[in-house]
Design a protein around this ligand. Structure first.
Ligand SMILES: Cc1cc2nc3c(=O)[nH]c(=O)nc-3n(C[C@H](O)[C@H](O)[C@H](O)COP(=O)(O)OP(=O)(O)OC[C@H]3O[C@@H](n4cnc5c(N)ncnc54)[C@H](O)[C@@H]3O)c2cc1C
Length: 373
């Protein structure tokens, strides 16, 4: 089981290291191995989710290195899932906070299984991953799916609170990928619930557990009423600890560029002189709480890579009321709809915008663009 622990990466905060990580992506091995816990995944999600880099820059990098789209379609498709969920968030707004396509059913409770929270489900690969998660802020995609399935489909927890728990601890916390993936597993954003049995977990996590409550054939899942270890539930309360508010100093002759939880792009508008402000709004973090580790991560990313960035803890309207700017730039995002100023587009891999009811209808459109790469 050391494989799981040994393969866990750290998440450096320097741009050079992130660029090196992008340049070392192996999109061919990725396609073959991504489902394995030690597979050649990129560990780039914390940088993509924080807007520090983009799916487009990663795609451009692999194409520049000579890979042909046809060889690396799986890799491009996975990056496209991220853009797809973002497009759904833009189109549906706060509807993604509730069961989006179908009611999740059956739901026994609106808490979360205590055994998942404590990493004590008895499924070794999952428990180790949860233990590591609290230290690293990262979980492999397949294990995220296993956890969501245990929670929603076996413990029959409604997806929302466990999703908030995962979001709270993830350095790559992205409410669209998070809420919509949890709902996909729970069947409220798909036509079928996702299940994984012990054999599947053993295969992808290199365990050899037998006789667990998951050591059953797939057809047996529909007959499960309760699993005693998953029955006790808890209702954790998530709060964000922001740094204390401090005055910032503004050059009124210059515009302001507003950074936030979802935009920490060090390459953004570097051609202009500007007041660069990382805005941490208490109201944002009340709706989308994150752990201390995540706040430390974003402060490091910002301070080490964005020229003379200053941190403003307060609401956007407080910023406007306290300081005056000759102009103000921000990036489009569902969480910046209340900002005022010049809204700039985010970078996308493909010019495919709007709501598509399924990933594959979205991907069909994206695929047509591959020949332009
Ligand atoms: C229950 C659940 C919750 C999730 N919550 C989040 C979340 O809060 N934030 C987040 O960024 N991702 C989330 N994901 C998606 C996915 O698990 C992570 O993006 C991925 O594991 C990140 O690791 P990586 O960068 O090594 O990914 P890689 O496999 O190397 O993929 C490269 C990039 O492609 C994108 N990507 C890959 N797979 C997916 C996917 N299934 N959905 C969306 N984007 C994908 C990500 O941006 C990722 O960084 C969730 C998935 C599940 C099943």
């Amino acid at each position: 089981m050391n494989l799981i622990k040994n393969t866990l990466p750290l998440f450096p905060s320097s741009l050079d290291e992130v660029i090196r990580r992008i340049e070392n992506v192996d999109p061919i091995s990725y396609g073959r191995t991504r489902n394995y816990v030690d597979g050649k995944v990129t560990y780039l999600s914390p940088y993509i989710s924080r807007g520090f880099t983009t799916t487009k820059r990663i795609l451009d990098s692999v194409i520049r290195r000579g890979y042909k789209p046809a060889q690396i379609e799986k890799f491009i498709q996975e990056l496209a899932w991220r853009d797809y969920w973002q497009q759904v968030w833009i189109a549906k707004g706060s509807e993604i906070n509730t069961d989006i396509k179908n009611p999740q059913t059956p739901v026994n409770n609106y808490g979360m299984a205590e055994a998942i929270y404590k990493g004590a489900t008895g499924i070794l690969a999952i428990d180790l991953a949860i233990d590591d998660f609290y230290n690293t802020g990262y979980i492999h995609n397949h294990i995220r799916m296993y956890i969501a399935s245990l929670s929603c489909n076996l413990a029959k927890n409604h997806w929302k609170l466990p999703a908030q728990w995962m979001y709270y601890h993830l350095l790559d916390a992205d409410w669209a990928s998070n809420a919509l993936s949890w709902q996909w597993v729970a069947g409220s954003n798909s036509n079928k619930k996702y299940y994984a049995n012990q054999e599947n977990i053993n295969r992808y996590c290199y365990t050899s557990q037998k006789s667990t409550f998951l050591d059953i054939p797939y057809q047996a899942f529909s007959g499960i009423e309760t699993i005693s270890i998953l029955e006790p539930t808890i209702t954790p309360i998530f709060t964000t600890s922001l740094p204390p508010a401090e005055d910032i100093s503004i050059d009124r002759s210059l515009p302001a560029c507003i950074y936030n939880f979802y935009n920490l792009d060090p390459a953004w508008r570097t051609e202009i002189k500007a007041n660069r402000i990382l805005l941490l709004e208490p109201s944002h973090f009340k709706n989308y709480p994150v752990a201390k580790k995540t706040i430390q991560f974003i402060l490091k990313l910002a301070k080490e890579n964005i020229d003379k960035v200053q941190v403003f803890v307060g609401e956007f309207q407080d910023l406007l009321a306290t300081y005056s700017f000759n102009s103000l730039y921000f990036k489009e995002h569902p969480t910046t709809e209340h900002y005022e100023g010049i809204k700039e587009d985010r970078e996308w891999m493909f010019p495919v915008k709007g709501y598509y009811p399924s990933f594959f209808s979205y991907w069909k459109k994206c695929k047509k663009q591959l020949s332009n790469l």
